[in-house]
Design a protein around this ligand. Structure first.
Ligand SMILES: Cc1cc2nc3c(=O)[nH]c(=O)nc-3n(C[C@H](O)[C@H](O)[C@H](O)COP(=O)(O)OP(=O)(O)OC[C@H]3O[C@@H](n4cnc5c(N)ncnc54)[C@H](O)[C@@H]3O)c2cc1C
Length: 384
């Protein structure tokens, strides 16, 4: 049996988990190579803690990718410039690389420029620097209108904007300025976390209302006027004193150029094996589009990227060993939803449920809040 090379494109959550699982299940002679432009890895859930001050600096949650070498995983720090899925080759800023398998884990790009005024007016919750700026703004905030704005769907982590609203409420209460403040969420969705079903969505809306947080559904922002502090939607306007934004997401350009994306705008894959339409080429995580039996797409969340990584790794390792790959992604997932006051709710279920996903939401507790922090530590300790 000749030694194989597996190229893992992207060293974010999905890529690191795929590389680690591959390393564990493939014999040492086979090469596992991660191609990632950044020198460090961090879980984005930490942005919420940067926003609240539970975490002071982004570096506290970052891990050096050079540590992959200690596990026998090669890391090429480079920009992926083009992908040839037929040849299973990539052109990078560090040269051309060829593999026997490709695991694409390039995530979603964010495009604040897609909404006029967004980049100038909104503090971007999805960037660590943006989360820090939100914290500074909240520390100075003496009352007024805070708007949490979801610009477009789909976006990564469907619960994050709602968690941000709950956390802002909690912070402003603690600072004694909540009474003179309004908090509102504007989103194109009809309910929070719509794929989880109406029961979860209406419970979350009720939780928002109990805290005096407005929920404005089916709102597509057209433009934002930074000087007037006004956001214009298709049917209404709102003013704001502080705008916390989730920018439009889109598939990385390199995947579009390789014609790996389809009309959905994302990379279609087999829902069980994550294989693309090219043999030996898999895609996992935020870059993918998996249409569910209910007609919507699987949400973009780290918990799915992680499990998909393990499925793909197991099946590649089996194939290399001359056995059939039998592991399947079954659409099960969970998430911790922070609601402020060091509490988190817990949602879990089967997103591949027929005819609809079956997702339950457990009430908020300090235990779930603690578990979320433990999850971050465990995920990082695995390979970095
Ligand atoms: C604020 C926030 C909170 C979140 N909280 C949770 C949570 O509590 N639970 C949960 O399950 N999920 C959460 N998520 C979602 C989770 O972070 C993503 O779903 C997950 O990171 C997706 O993994 P991925 O590997 O697909 O993409 P990513 O982790 O984004 O990794 C993609 C990688 O590819 C690299 N890359 C892209 N293009 C190139 C290129 N051309 N060349 C080289 N490298 C490239 C990028 O630098 C990046 O490192 C949260 C997200 C945010 C923003």
């Amino acid at each position: 049996m000749s030694n194989k090379t597996i190229l893992v494109l992207g060293g974010g959550l999905g890529g690191i988990m795929a590389a680690g699982s591959l390393r564990r299940s493939c014999a040492p002679g086979h090469r596992v190579v991660v191609i990632e432009r950044s020198a460090t890895f961090a879980l984005r859930m930490a942005n919420l803690w940067l926003m609240t001050g539970e975490r002071q600096r982004p570096e506290e949650g970052e891990r050096d990718l050079s540590r992959l070498a200690e596990h026998g995983i090669e890391w090429v720090q480079a920009e992926i410039e083009s992908i040839d899925p037929v040849a299973r080759a990539v052109q990078t800023s560090a040269g051309r690389l060829e593999g026997d398998y490709l695991v694409i884990a390039l995530g979603a790009d964010r495009h604040p420029q897609a909404v006029p005024g967004f980049a100038e007016a909104a503090l971007d919750l999805y960037e660590a620097a943006g989360a820090l700026r939100i914290r500074q703004a909240l520390e100075r905030f003496s009352g007024g209108r805070v708007v949490v704005l979801v610009a477009r769907t789909p976006f990564s982590c469907p619960s994050a904007p709602y968690e941000a609203a709950f956390l802002v409420d909690s912070l402003l209460r603690r600072r004694g300025v909540r009474q003179g403040s309004e908090i509102a969420v504007y989103t194109p969705e009809d309910l929070p976390m719509p794929v989880a079903g109406p029961a979860v969505g209406t419970t979350l809306v009720q939780m928002l209302r109990e805290r005096g947080i407005e929920f404005h559904a089916e709102q597509i922002v057209m433009k934002i006027d930074p000087a007037a502090r006004r956001a214009r939607f298709e049917l209404e306007d709102t003013t704001f004193d502080l705008l916390i934004g989730v920018p439009p997401h889109r598939v990385p350009q390199v995947l579009r150029a390789a014609k790996l994306a389809d009309a959905s705008g994302w990379v279609p894959v087999d829902p069980a094996t994550l294989q693309t339409r090219y043999a030996g080429v898999y895609a996992i995580g935020d870059a993918t589009a998996i249409r569910l039996p209910v007609g919507m797409f699987l949400p973009k969340a780290g918990v799915f990227a992680d499990e998909q990584a393990r499925v793909v790794a197991a099946n590649i390792a089996a194939e290399i060993a001359g056995k059939p790959g039998t592991k399947r992604f079954n659409g099960h997932g969970f998430c911790y939803i922070e609601v402020g006051d060091e509490l988190a709710a817990y949602g879990a279920g089967n997103f591949y449920g027929i005819p609809v996903p079956t997702v339950d939401l457990e009430p908020a507790s300090s235990r779930y809040h603690r578990e979320k922090h433990e999850l971050e530590r465990a995920a990082q300790a695995l390979w970095l």
